[in-house]
Write a protein of this length. Structure first.
Length: 446
């Protein structure tokens, strides 16, 4: 398929998944709004259809809670065959929940970065500049409220990094890096809310999380439901409390983009200082996640104080936010991304970048976040490498992404051994980020 045909197919997929008020993450399996999916989808439409991209952002922000939290799932159209069902979360126990059901926690906050890009690109388009600037002013207060909530609710003691309280908040649900933090949870069977998984109806069970993981996911939701989603209580009592390198890398870059929006809009000095403070503390906070022996970043389990030493794509993600100095970045590239036993293509696996280092015992090439290639992770890593001047290596990752979607279509994830398709079909962010990669390659970057 040539580049133009690929771009057309990607746009068509987004049109096919368009339900009117929002674009769903995939043809089947995910018929609601997901937080970072909506952001990636908006990015993919930023040049082709700026008004639709803005509508996607508005649809997501319509689910914001009074506290500022922007949920990871929104159910504006009610129930479907998807589990968790809207009522499962019992968020109406929380005074700040919106009129329609949502989940009770968040997902990687890439939205501020996307909003800034939307604004920059639209400003260059005839007839779009005013709408773009007005849009920036419209959504900025909501973005600020979300980022403030992240600091207040998830970093109340000012460590610089924010904590996640459920693996689903990381966006990488069953990543093996969370395993020790999940395995030490102690609970009785009757403390797990009763539930009926729906995720294996559309996707092979071998490509989905294990039953045991689901028990733990549900147990955690049960705990937070009991706490009526109260932020203060959750901070005090969350059985799972983790400094996630991926989530924090995305937040750091998003804080930077929020700061740029604040400056452009002439926001008060105190507000600009506040955001600047998050940035400084965040950049410093990452030092506590660096493991010099392993030469990578690891998440930290705040309940035990231990680093979670499984090498996954999250270990490399600080590149995306420009966190590592040049020496550390060089190690991440040389010892990880270019090593065929870690992340580079090799005789056993032709495609980059697997979501878990291949030498890890937990590596499973077809199971969700335990080994398959995900197009959004590739995209984030490639943008990180560009930041450090590794343009050739970034282009190589982009090339792998394009080859995967060309060969196997826009699916949720790909087997790194042969590039075969896994997970949900007709997957929106794989299409949206394909458009991004293609347009940047045409010299339309920025
Ligand atoms: C899965 C992914 C998550 C994504 C969601 C919808 O839960 O792990 O990152 O947002 O599907 O696509």
């Amino acid at each position: 398929m040539d580049r133009e045909a690929l771009r057309t197919a990607a746009l068509q997929l987004l049109r096919d998944n368009d339900l009117g008020d929002f674009i769903k993450p995939s043809r089947h399996q995910y018929p609601h709004i997901w937080n970072w999916d909506a952001a990636f989808i908006a990015l993919g439409l930023s040049r082709a259809d700026p008004p639709r991209a803005r509508a996607e952002v508005r649809a997501l922000l319509a689910g914001q809670w009074g506290s500022g939290m922007v949920p990871h799932i929104l159910y504006p159209t009610g129930a479907s065959d998807y589990f968790p069902t809207p009522d499962f979360w019992r968020v109406d126990a929380h005074p700040g929940a919106p009129a329609f059901a949502t989940s009770g926690f968040t997902q990687p906050p890439i939205l501020a970065s996307v909003v800034r890009t939307l604004q920059q690109r639209a400003e260059a388009l005839p007839g779009e500049a005013d709408a773009a600037r007005a849009f920036g002013r419209e959504v900025y207060p909501q973005l600020l409220a979300w980022h403030r909530w992240l600091r207040a609710a998830r970093d109340p003691h000012g460590s610089g990094l924010v904590a996640i309280v459920h693996p689903w908040e990381s966006g990488t649900d069953n990543s093996p890096r969370f395993q020790p933090a999940l395995e030490r949870l102690r609970f009785r069977a009757d403390e797990v809310p009763s539930f009926q998984r729906g995720d294996r109806r559309h996707v092979d069970a071998a490509e989905r999380p294990l039953e045991d993981d689901y028990q733990r996911f549900m147990y955690l939701i049960g705990v937070y439901r009991e706490l009526r989603w109260d932020d203060h209580e959750i901070w005090r009592r969350a059985p799972f409390l983790v400094h996630d390198a991926l989530f924090n890398a995305i937040l750091l870059q998003a804080d930077r983009d929020l700061l740029a929006l604040a400056r452009e809009q002439g926001r008060p000095a105190a507000e600009i200082d506040e955001i600047g403070g998050w940035l400084e503390a965040g950049a410093r906070g990452f030092d506590a996640l660096w493991d010099d022996d392993a030469g990578v970043y690891f998440d930290r389990d705040l309940r035990t104080g231990e680093l979670l030493r499984t090498n996954t794509v999250a270990s490399l993600m600080p590149l995306y936010a420009g966190v590592p100095d040049a020496d550390r970045a060089a190690r991440l590239l040389r010892e990880q991304l270019l090593d065929p036993e870690a992340y580079a293509p090799g005789p056993d696996a032709a495609f980059a970048v697997p979501s878990v280092a291949k030498r890890e015992a937990a590596f499973e090439p077809r199971r969700y976040w335990r080994g398959p290639v995900w197009i959004n992770a590739n995209w984030l890593l490639a943008r990180g490498l560009e930041r450090y001047g590794y343009a050739r290596e970034a282009a190589e990752i982009d090339r792998h992404s394009l080859e995967l979607v060309t060969r196997s279509g826009f699916v949720e994830y790909y087997d790194p051994r042969d590039g075969s398709p896994c997970g949900a079909r007709g997957f929106s962010w794989s299409a949206a980020l394909t458009i991004e990669v293609l347009d940047a390659g045409e010299g339309g970057g920025g």
